[in-house]
Design a binder for this molecule. Structure first.
Ligand code: HEM
Length: 446
C-alpha cells in the first residue's frame, strides 16, 4: 500500500500531475467501451431520485455499477458532481437509511473531496466493526469475516466461470490461482463457520466445488441489510480483478483487529479489578483470532504482483498505517515509546494518539498495578506471551508478503516500506519484563 515519495522537485511534481491527467483521460476511455451506458443510467437515476429524495429509494445498484465500471479513481466528473448534489440535499433528520446513504456518499466522494485515506478506501464506516462487550464483538467479527470472505470467493468463482459481465475484469487470474484462493478462503471460513454450527470441507479435493458450497451456505442466508452492506463496501479504485480480493482481506483483518482490541481492553480492565481469569480468557481470545486469521495472508499472497503494482498507483494516500484498530490493539498492550508516538506510526491515527497521550489503560500498567498471587500473575504472563507470539508472527508474515509484492518501493503511508516493517518486528509487544527465573517466550521479536 505504498505511495510515491513526496518530492520538492517541480519537474517530478509536474510529471505526477501529467500522469494523473493521463490516467483520467485513459479512464474516460473505459466509458466508451461496451457497457459504458452505466454512467448515463446512473446519472438519470440520481437525477430522478433528487426530485424525490427518499433515502430508502437511492439508486445504489446503478451508482455502484457505474463506479465499478470505471474504478473509483476514474469516476466521471459529472457522476461525482451529481452524487455531491445528492449529498447536499440529504434530509437533516437522521434515520438509519440517511446515515447509510451519507456514509456511502462519503466513501464514493472521498477522492473528489480530497480526504481519501485507508478507512475510506476500505469503507470501514459501512462495515460496523466489532465494538462493545466481548461476546457481541466476537459474534460481529465472525459474521463480518464470514460475509467478506464468502463475497470474495463468490467474485473469484464468477471469474472462474468466465462470467463476462463481472466487474473488475482486468488482469483476471488463471484458474490455478483461483483454485488456490478457494483453498485459503475455506481455511479462513472453517473455524468461523464451525462456531456457528456450520461445517464446511476446508481440505476438499475439489476446492472450487467446496468454495461454491461455502459461499451458498453463507450468502444464501444473509439478510437484505447484509447484502446491501457488502455491496456498499466494495468500491475499488481500478478495474483490476485482484483489487477486490485485496480490499476484502484488509477489511477482514480490520474486523479481526477491532475485535482483538475489544478483548485486550477487557483484559486491561479485568486486571484493574484483579480478575486474572477474565484477563487470561480475553488475551487468549485475541491471540486465537490473530492466529486463526493467518490464511488471510496466504490468500493475499496469491495476488499477482503485477496486478497489485498496477492498482496501487491509484491508492496513493491510503495506507494501513492509518488503521485505528491495529494501533488500538498495539497500544492497549503497552504505551508505545515516545519516538513511535511522534512518528508517522501514530501521527497517522490522531484519535488513537490522543487517547494514548491521555493515558488510555494498558495491560502492562494494569498488571504492574494489580496485586495478584504469584500463580495468577504467571498465568496472565503466559497468556501475554501467547498474544505477543501471535502478533509477532503477524508482523513477520506481513513483512514477508509486503516485501514480495513491493520489493524496495516506498509505502503508501510514505514510509521507506520494507525497512519500516522490519523495524516494527523489533518492537516489544509488552514491556513488562518476564521473571528471568521462569524463562519462556520473549515479548520482542527474536
Ligand atoms: C500486498 C500486501 C501488502 C503490502 C505491500 C503492504 C505494505 C505495507 C507497508 C509498506 C507499510 C508501511 C506503511 C506505509 O508506508 O504504507 C504497511 C503498514 C501496515 N500494513 Fe500493510 N501491506 C500489505 C498487506 C497488509 C494487510 C493484508 C494488512 C492487514 C490489515 C496490512 C496492515 C498493515 C498495518 C496495520 C500497517 C501499519 C503497521 C505499523 O504502523 O506498524 N497490510 N503495509
Amino acid at each position: 500500500m505504498p505511495r510515491v515519495a513526496a518530492t520538492g522537485c517541480p519537474l517530478t511534481r509536474w510529471s505526477a500531475r501529467f500522469a494523473t491527467v493521463w490516467q483520467r483521460v485513459a479512464g474516460a476511455a473505459h466509458l466508451r467501451r461496451p457497457g459504458g451506458g452505466d454512467t448515463d443510467s446512473a446519472l438519470a437515476r440520481v437525477a430522478a431520485w433528487r426530485a424525490r429524495p427518499a433515502p430508502e429509494g437511492f439508486p445504489y445498484d446503478e451508482v455502484i455499477a457505474a463506479l465499478r465500471h470505471t474504478g473509483k479513481h476514474f469516476a466521471p466528473r459529472e457522476l461525482l458532481a451529481s452524487l455531491a448534489a445528492a449529498r447536499a440535499g440529504l434530509p437533516r433528520h437522521t434515520t438509519p437509511a440517511v446515515r447509510r446513504l451519507d456514509r456511502f456518499l462519503a466513501t464514493a466522494l472521498d477522492k473528489r473531496d480530497e480526504r481519501y485515506d485507508n478507512p475510506s478506501y476500505l469503507a470501514l464506516d459501512g462495515l460496523e466493526l466489532p465494538a462493545g462487550a466481548s461476546p457481541e464483538a466476537a459474534a460481529r467479527r465472525d459474521r463480518l469475516v464470514a460475509l467478506l470472505i464468502a463475497d470474495a470467493l463468490r467474485f473469484e468463482l464468477l471469474a472462474e466461470a468466465g462470467e463476462a459481465k463481472a466487474p473488475q475484469p482486468e488482469m483476471r487470474p488463471q484458474g490455478r490461482i483461483i483454485e488456490k484462493r478457494c483453498r485459503h478462503g475455506l481455511l479462513v471460513l472453517a473455524p468461523v463457520l464451525a462456531r456457528s454450527g456450520t461445517s464446511i470441507a476446508a481440505h476438499a479435493d475439489d476446492p472450487i466445488a467446496a468454495a461454491r458450497d461455502a459461499v451458498d451456505a453463507v450468502l444464501g442466508g444473509m439478510t437484505a441489510d447484509e447484502r446491501l452492506m457488502l455491496q456498499l463496501t466494495l468500491l475499488p479504485v481500478s478495474r483490476i480483478h485482484d483489487e477486490c480480493l485485496f480490499i476484502r482481506v484488509l477489511q477482514s483483518y480490520e474486523a479481526t483487529f477491532a475485535y482483538a482490541a475489544v478483548e485486550l481492553a477487557a483484559a486491561a480492565a479485568a486486571l484493574g479489578g484483579s480478575d486474572a481469569g477474565t484477563a487470561v480468557a480475553a488475551l487468549d481470545g485475541a491471540a486465537r483470532v490473530l492466529g486463526e486469521s493467518s490464511p488471510l495472508f496466504s490468500l493475499i499472497g496469491t495476488m499477482q504482483p503485477q496486478a497489485f503494482l498496477a492498482f496501487r498507483q491509484y491508492t496513493d494516500g491510503a495506507s494501513a498505517i492509518q488503521s485505528r484498530s491495529y494501533k488500538r490493539m498495539e497500544s492497549t498492550c503497552r504505551k508505545p515509546d515516545r519516538e513511535r508516538i511522534d512518528s508517522s506510526a501514530y501521527l497517522s491515527v490522531p484519535e488513537v494518539r490522543a487517547a494514548v497521550l491521555a493515558g488510555a489503560p494498558t495491560i502492562d500498567a494494569a498488571l504492574q498495578a494489580a496485586a495478584l498471587p504469584a500463580e495468577q500473575a504467571h498465568a496472565v504472563r503466559d497468556a501475554m506471551d501467547r498474544f505477543a507470539s501471535a502478533l509477532l508472527r503477524w508482523r513477520r508474515t506481513h513483512h514477508g508478503v509486503a516485501g514480495r509484492m513491493l520489493g524496495e518501493r516506498r509505502g503508501t503511508g510514505d514510509t521507506e516500506g520494507s525497512a519500516y516493517l522490519a523495524n516494527g518486528m523489533t518492537i516489544p509487544v509488552f514491556a513488562a519484563p518476564r521473571c528471568p527465573l521462569r524463562g519462556g517466550a520473549r515479548f520482542a521479536a527474536d
